[in-house]
Design a protein. Structure first.
Length: 226
């Protein structure tokens, strides 16, 4: 039976930015992968926007989510609608219950999720919810948890504390990550913004120098049971 991966991301495109080149590689190696996106995305940020326009934008974003995830072969995408940049207005237990429900359906061996000290509050709370939903009980299915970095959040916090200890060589799958990011037309920015195609590639190049490869995705291991 193939091992299963669950990506738990706060917002649409976080899954791509955080770990898509690595997950694409693992899918090629025979893993099954699933994505859980907890929040609405940036379409919910403007409270004054006309309701119909917001609905249209959310529908467009949902199409982008499906197209982006299909590019690397994600088996299923679960999408929730917690308020963007306001996860702290929601009871943590409500977020934990959503993760538990998906975890029970997927039974993942590996979870990729956010770094605990990102600038974005939703990322911080997502991390806490994942840790709460995967308490290391005897029958816990999740054996490995890794935190990823999100450009324009992880490196924008101060003081910087993301210190990766796990590196995946993604020289053969970085292009799939870039292709997936291209589908997020409503989220993609122009260089020199970090959340740009050039920024993604430069970061993979920068992290690769730590381990002597061409392109790398870097992670902080949270719990690894072998």
């Amino acid at each position: 039976m193939s091992k299963k991966i669950l990506i738990v991301a706060a917002h649409p495109d976080d899954e791509v930015l955080g770990c898509f080149a690595t997950v694409a590689r693992l899918i090629k190696e025979g893993y099954e992968a699933y994505t859980l996106i907890l929040g609405e995305g940036k379409t919910s940020r403007d409270d004054n926007r006309v309701v119909e326009n917001k609905k249209d934008e959310i529908e467009l974003l949902n199409i982008e989510i499906q197209k982006a995830n299909a590019i690397i072969g994600i088996k299923k995408v679960f999408v929730e609608a917690f308020p963007d940049n306001r996860f702290d207005s929601v009871d943590l237990l409500d977020i934990v219950k959503v993760i538990l429900k998906v975890k029970d359906e997927v039974s993942p061996d590996i979870i990729f999720t956010h770094y605990e000290n990102d600038l974005n509050i939703d990322h911080q709370i997502t991390y806490r919810a994942v840790i709460t939903a995967t308490r290391p009980m005897e029958d816990e299915c999740v054996r490995e948890i890794y935190s990823f970095e999100i450009l324009s959040s992880t490196e924008w916090n101060y003081p910087l504390s993301f210190s990766p200890d796990t590196f995946w060589d993604v020289s053969d799958t970085l292009q799939l990550k870039l292709d997936a990011m291209k589908e997020y037309k409503s989220e993609l920015c122009d260089y020199p913004h970090p959340r740009s195609l050039e920024g993604i590639k430069l970061n993979a190049n920068y992290q690769s120098m730590r381990v002597g490869k061409r392109y790398v995705e870097a992670f902080k291991s949270v719990r690894v049971l072998k």
